[in-house]
Design a protein around this ligand. Structure first.
Ligand SMILES: NC(=O)c1ccc[n+]([C@@H]2O[C@H](COP(=O)([O-])OP(=O)(O)OC[C@H]3O[C@@H](n4cnc5c(N)ncnc54)[C@H](OP(=O)(O)O)[C@@H]3O)[C@@H](O)[C@H]2O)c1
Length: 381
């Protein structure tokens, strides 16, 4: 098999969108005063939750984005962010954000000059309110699982399928929106799909994946300590279906008008274990062409990253040690945005390996921020 192309690919989808009228003018942001870069004013929906807090952590120092709105449930509305969010991430709460008043999650509550919304709402809530925001003209980069599989909603991992972003044009035509909705996949899907993308040239036929998922993936109120300490839970509601369907959509082909899903067969088994962050996955892949462990390691190492601010280099870190990657040791590779792989070997069911990603960074908040950067780079903001 030929080696992969350039490590850093261009990030255009089909060229910069020009001519679409912006809703509101951008303003200068003081954070990057040297370059006086224009910052996009952004809002976070569901800002007080596990993913919302990661979003705040990533967005506060981000030179291209400026946090201008925070929303949550009615019970948080009217409180300062400091009061409403039980801050639990591993850096201090940003002072300027801490004193911002949280509003209800309603288009009327978000300032008109906000251009991009990051959504980390429960999917049942997102299903109701996200379309209302898009209809009101906001561009939305969302974590929530609602609408991920809709035919006209791009489900994007920028390093894997940036070209799918142009489904937005189809979406706008069909829905009559000035705004737009792009989704990132489920945290467990994001962990293994980039490794499959690296092997795609060999012809993906069958994939089995078994997950060991951290408790933060269930949100702050997800599993109780009595359920998870000294335990493992071999069922995560509807998770297996997400891995099986989202992976096929991500690795599908977009012809400019519609998307066809990849024909590979995917079977998933999902388990919750008592780690805090970092989903570890065991993967078996059967390919059309012969694939040796050495070829697989080389293809993963050579798989290109992107020139987007939050895209790590390398994208996939391949370990030689058979007992790596491990959640506690390897989840922060590439500032939590890298995929780690290891234990690559032959098996009776094709190639076998393990992979790992930080579920609330690469698997959620970081994935949304990266999609925001891709939207910006391609002229959708
Ligand atoms: N955790 C992960 O690793 C992960 C990974 C990928 C995707 N996701 C997805 O990301 C989303 C958020 O997950 P999470 O783990 O951050 O959940 P979470 O910790 O439970 O946070 C939920 C957020 O939504 C707000 N909210 C709840 N009900 C609401 C309502 N009726 N109206 C408006 N806001 C409401 C909450 O506000 P209050 O504080 O006011 O209740 C909070 O800000 C989910 O769709 C999840 O599936 C999570």
């Amino acid at each position: 098999m030929p080696p992969q192309a350039d490590r850093h690919r261009s990030i255009g989808t089909q060229g910069c969108r020009v001519g679409r009228e912006r809703r509101k003018p951008k303003r200068f942001c003081g954070r990057d005063s040297d370059s006086r870069k224009m910052a996009v004013r952004v809002g976070v929906l569901g800002a007080t939750g596990a993913v919302g807090q990661r979003l705040i952590q990533l967005l506060d120092p981000h030179p291209e984005f400026e946090i201008a709105a925070l929303t949550a449930s009615e019970s948080s509305a009217g409180k300062t962010y400091r009061e409403a969010a039980k801050w639990r991430v591993d850096s201090p709460i940003p002072e300027d954000v801490a004193d911002t008043t949280v509003t209800a999650t309603d288009p009327d509550e978000v300032p008109d000059d906000v251009d991009l919304l990051f959504s980390s709402l429960p999917s049942s809530v997102g299903a109701n309110v996200e379309p209302a925001f898009c209809e009101a003209g906001y561009v939305m980069s969302s974590n929530s699982s609602n609408a991920r599989m809709a035919d006209d909603v791009p489900l994007v991992i920028p390093e894997v399928n940036a070209d799918h972003l142009d489904l937005i044009e189809v979406q706008r035509d069909e829905r009559g929106w000035d705004g737009a909705m792009v989704k990132n996949p489920n945290c467990s899907t994001i962990t293994f799909v980039p490794t499959l993308a690296a092997l795609a040239n060999y012809g993906l036929e069958k994939v089995h994946v078994s997950t060991l998922q951290a408790v933060s993936g269930a949100g702050y109120d997800g599993v109780t300590s009595m359920e998870i300490i000294d335990n493992a839970i071999p069922h995560i509601g509807s998770e297996e279906d997400k891995l099986e369907t989202e992976s096929r959509k991500l690795l599908g082909e977009f012809d400019g008008a519609s998307l066809s899903h990849n024909s590979m067969a995917v079977a998933a088994s999902c388990n919750r274990i008592p780690t805090i962050d970092g989903h570890l996955e065991n993967v078996w892949v059967e390919t059309e062409d012969e694939l040796t462990p050495e070829d697989a390691a080389e293809a993963m190492r050579a798989y290109p990253s992107l020139e987007l601010r939050s895209s790590p280099d390398p994208l996939i870190h391949v370990f030689e040690e058979p007992d790596r990657p491990q959640p506690r040791m390897d989840r922060t590779l590439g500032d939590g945005m890298a995929i780690a792989a290891g234990g690559i070997r032959e098996s009776s069911f094709g190639l076998q390996y393990n992979c790992l990603a930080h579920n609330t960074i690469r698997g959620a908040a970081g994935a949304s921020v990266l999609n925001g950067e891709l939207l910006l780079e391609n002229g959708y903001l």
